[in-house]
Design a protein around this ligand. Structure first.
Ligand SMILES: Nc1ncnc2c1ncn2[C@@H]1O[C@H](COP(=O)(O)OP(=O)(O)O)[C@@H](O)[C@H]1O
Ligand SMILES: [Mg+2]
Length: 322
């Protein structure tokens, strides 16, 4: 049994807005084991990014982590000091986000930006850092690394910039890599190449990956285990094979019926599913998926179903499991 290296327990992150409290992440639990890729999947707005930002404590105002635990390395990160968090982010936990949010600094060379975590976290001197930067650039498949090292971000394509982001995220040999929709902004042919590179490096360095995506094609190809999220909660959790072979939750079933294929048009969102997720300010009574669910019965309108065993290593929160 591989070691568990991260445990998210009943994590709750709420936004305190003028319209009321938005329960963006409303009690999610899952774990990440050594060297595996765990996917968080669900429609836009279901709380994937907020849950990832909560792990590294980068939730922005008016958001606030209001409950739960994030156990990593024998410590609850939600209780750790800000100094401790700074030493974990970018070192023990690497991060890659969808482009616009993390764009590289336009006035610094690629080399300087990859060297920064090496100098800050690993205290490497300039020479050692330069050498390591070239190796990192090579390992993420950037040709002619010794020359490109001195280039600026605008001299790189979107796909190449995301490769640089992978190099930065992996520079300090993290235990976990959080990849939040790392390829959503990219052309579909580039997406697969980038994800191949990312997962290959993670495997080589024995790094676990939390892969956030709304694309089940990507999940099928890269994830070992899957947590399906809906309206701030995990509704189904299982091995990737199990999710695709025998989905238990009607929401997962619906997602699978409109699965975008990685080899066809660029990430057709899951919006082909009927209806919309609930308005976070007026969550339905009972199961949050019930208003959209073809299998809903009267109990579903009254109570939120518990996440319970639905097969070997398989959990689902539904009164009418498939
Ligand atoms: N700054 C904010 N103010 C208010 N609500 C927010 C804010 N950021 C996120 N949320 C809420 O959190 C929910 C989850 O957002 P997010 O985690 O970004 O979704 P995902 O990554 O799954 O698309 C959103 O649907 C929204 O209701
Ligand atoms: Mg997101």
């Amino acid at each position: 049994m591989p070691t568990t290296i991260l445990q998210v327990k009943d994590l709750k992150t709420y936004f305190y807005t003028a319209e009321g409290v938005v329960k963006a992440v409303d009690g999610i639990s899952y774990e990440v084991r050594e060297a595996e890729t765990v996917a968080l999947v669900g429609e836009s707005g279901c709380g994937k990014s907020v849950s990832a930002l909560s792990i590294i404590r980068l939730v922005q105002y008016p958001g606030k982590i209001v409950g739960g635990q994030v156990l990593f390395d024998g410590e609850d990160l939600l209780q750790a000091s800000e100094d401790k968090m700074r030493s974990i982010r970018g070192k023990r936990i690497g991060m890659i986000f969808q482009e616009p949010m993390t764009s590289l600094n336009p006035v610094l060379t690629i080399g300087e930006q990859i060297a920064e975590p090496l100098r800050v976290h690993l205290k490497m001197d300039r020479k050692a850092a330069s050498q390591r930067v070239v190796e990192l650039l090579q390992s993420v498949g950037i040709p002619d690394a010794e020359r490109r090292y001195r280039d600026y971000p605008h001299q790189f394509s979107g796909g190449m910039r995301q490769r640089v982001m992978i190099a930065i995220a992996m520079s300090c040999d993290p235990k976990i890599l959080i990849a939040d929709e790392p390829t959503t902004a990219l052309d579909v042919t580039i997406q697969a190449q980038l994800l191949d590179t990312m997962t290959e490096i993670a495997r080589r360095m024995n790094t676990s990956v939390i892969l956030i995506t709304h694309n089940l094609g990507i999940v099928a190809r890269y994830a070992d285990r899957v947590n399906v999220m809906y309206a701030g909660r995990v509704v189904e959790s299982a091995g990737a094979d199990s999710i695709f072979e025998s989905p238990k939750h009607p929401y997962t079933l619906a997602l699978l019926q409109c699965v975008p294929r990685i080899d066809v048009g660029r990430s057709q969102a899951l919006s082909t599913m009927e209806g919309l997720p609930p308005n976070p300010n007026e969550m339905p009574k009972g199961c949050y998926f019930q208003p959209r669910c073809p299998y809903s019965t009267s109990v579903c309108e009254q109570e939120y179903p518990p996440l319970e065993q639905a097969g070997y290593g398989h959990m689902a929160a539904c009164f009418n499991k498939r």
